[in-house]
Design a protein around this ligand. Sequence first.
Ligand code: MSP
Length: 512
Amino acid sequence: MTIYFTTPLYYVNDTPHIGHAYTTVIADVLARYHRLFGHETLFLTGTDEHGQKIQTAAHRRGVDPQEHCDEFALNFQNIWKELNIKYDIFYRTTADFHKKAVQACLQKLWDKGEIYSAEYEGWYSVSEEIFYTEKDLVDGKSPQGREVTRLKETNYFFKMSKYQDRLIEYIKNNLSFIEPESKRNEVLGFLSKPLHDLNISRTKSRMSWGIDLPFDNQFVTYVWFDALLNYAVAVGLERPGMEADLKKWWPNAVHLLGKDILTTHAVYWPTMLMALDVPMPKKIFAHGWWLTDNNEKMSKSTGPTVKPLDMKNIVGVDGLRYFLTRDISFGNDAQFSEELVINRVNSELANNLGNLFSRSTNLIAKFFAGRMPKATLTNPATQALKTQAENLAQLVKTEIEDFSPNKAVGHVVDLLNAANKFMEEQAPWKQLKDGQTAAGAETLTAALEVLRISGILLSPVMPEKMSKMLELIGSSGSASFAEASKWGLIPEGTAIAKAEPLFPRIETAAKG
Ligand code: MSP
């Protein structure tokens, strides 16, 4: 299997916040799972560097736009490094190859008659860089409440409306193209009204930070038309010599994005591809938002935005990655707060996973001189745990392939819960004190097998902590997916380190 994950390209008018971190962490987690399954995986993220927002941001700081972009793109790269994001491509829309490919696409569309020039008369929001019709306006302002100015000028339009029926047909015949289902229905709802042609030119005298239209240098390209092309250009569209890459990756592209940018991805982009005679990507998956305590979308401007790095200092990188994967049903909205993050990390990592780990390794240190004991399986309770553990890998794989990372993690949590319950019931500390060495050994080796299997299956979510844990139980070399569905792979005599807590409990400052 081959799979190509993309995140949106983030605007460089802002430093990364939790919203950006979410799409990127989820893409990283999914990509790491697919790598673990042995699939050929490509993962792209990057920055969207043209347009009014960026020009204004650079202007405010009194720096040259390119210099501004370089600086902010680096910010994103640094934060992704700190969050342990393992992307293959960091795409920047100011790269020369991108500008050339965008111009080649525009020229092709122009030559084919898919773009035409026409007199435009209507309302334009400079700050949003969007054209509005009279009926779009709310109290004389844009629907977002921004100032608009009346314009009458010539512009270039992409014949988007021509593709409306074909797109509706495609979405209806390919139900996995837009997911989740609720978002597919939203797109179909949007498409049930007449689709306009898309104004893809911006007058240079007003906004010059963009890619020149190849057929009229008085204009630059509308930033979405420029940025969306990245997904295909990255793997070879209009890049001579990359035809094989394009064939290999493009039909396997999965676009992950927030629901706020669904129309651009599910309407503009597919119609652009149709006009260019390029096949559709495999999937467009729109996730929900992280909301503040007041149920507002978290962003730089609404509510107390928690910087991803701030939470990382409290719960660690892996704790934050775990929360983002676990606490939201992929596709829905969920609340984000310091308290929710800490509670989740305390209950499932410090308590559930952490307890199983420290209890079992401490007992092995105490009663078996820190070596994996010999054990024979005789207890039906051990057999039940073994069966549950052996089935886990397949369950996780199915959920990941179904874009439900929270459910995948949930299955691991179920196994860890079962293992902790098993420990309570068997009470190996008592078994061993009472001289029932064989029974105690059976219980502890089972606990360690559960940790090994869970460690492999949680490693895409918490790469650092899980590799440390696997190392401490002598299993770092055998952390492949095949080994996650087998029981009994830690050889007798393996050194098991007595460990300090993997996830120390986080004490919250007393509230109120
Ligand atoms: N530059 C465009 C995308 C172009 S793609 C060719 C853009 N950039 S953005 O910087 O605004 O980032 C958008 C991404 O951040 C979206 O996936 C969006 O949903 C995500 N988030 C921003 N705030 C969010 C939350 N509060 N919660 C979850 N994700 C949200 O749009």
